[in-house]
Design a protein around this ligand. Structure first.
Ligand code: SF4
Length: 227
């Protein structure tokens, strides 16, 4: 949080989380050479950046492309951060060696309103822990505490010292009421929701009984109105 990153954002996702704010964003087609040129330009213009962040959507849907892109970024001495839903472990196995940091989600079905991915997350974390890894859990007031604890127990079994960030959901997109589908900032008192922050306190205390490093992570870009 707070570092300068260059974001390479990939279109589309295999999931449909209720809180997703990436739906319907326009994209342009770019080659490996196009991306490299743009990343180098941005680094010169506004660097130094701590990382090139491969994000989405779901970047692992493009594993073949990443296999070609990552070595080119490494030649230019960039650190590579992969941000992912933490589900597509077969695809990760093909590019894990090229990543420096892996930021994986734990998707709680009580929040995403999608199916559960506990066993996929377990396989994913086993691979990801070869690298620097941290976990993000998007939470809302709908968190099922049994499901939450089951997921943290899995992390405790596989990689107990992994930092886990509890991130309050930014309610917009598919799951939001029409009135919420607009930019929100702390000045308008909407993000983060104060009632959810109190619940976060409970989630963090519960989590700290399972794991050594459970933190609250706010979406800084929302507070700073950065798109
Ligand atoms: S994994 Fe991320 S990009 Fe995909 S639907 Fe969920 S929130 Fe959106």
């Amino acid at each position: 949080m707070g570092e300068r990153h260059i974001f390479v954002r990939f279109e589309a996702c295999h999931m449909a989380c209720a809180y997703c704010d990436e739906v319907d964003k326009k994209s342009v087609e770019m080659s490996v050479a196009d991306i490299l040129k743009e990343v180098v330009r941005l680094e010169k213009k506004s660097g130094p950046h701590a990382c090139v962040s491969l994000t989405g959507g779901e970047p692992l849907l493009y594993a073949d492309f990443l296999k070609r892109l990552c070595p080119e970024l490494k030649k230019e001495k960039f650190r590579i951060l992969l941000e992912t839903s933490g589900v597509l472990w077969q695809q990760l196995s093909r590019i894990v060696g090229a990543c420096d940091i892996i930021a994986m989600d734990l998707k709680l079905s009580s929040v995403t309103r999608q199916k559960e991915f506990l066993e996929d997350h377990r396989k994913f974390l086993k691979l990801a822990k070869r690298k620097e890894v941290y976990i993000k859990v998007v939470v809302s007031k709908k968190v099922d505490l049994c499901e939450y604890d089951e997921h943290l127990r899995m992390v405790a079994q596989v990689a107990p010292h992994t930092p886990v960030f509890l991130q309050p959901a930014y309610v917009t997109g598919r799951g939001a009421p029409a009135s919420a589908r607009r930019p929100m900032c702390c000045g308008k008192g909407v993000y983060p929701d104060p009632a959810l922050m109190r619940f976060l306190d409970e989630l963090q205390r519960t989590g700290a009984k399972r794991l050594s490093d459970v933190r609250v992570g706010i979406q800084l870009q929302k507070l700073m109105n950065i798109r």
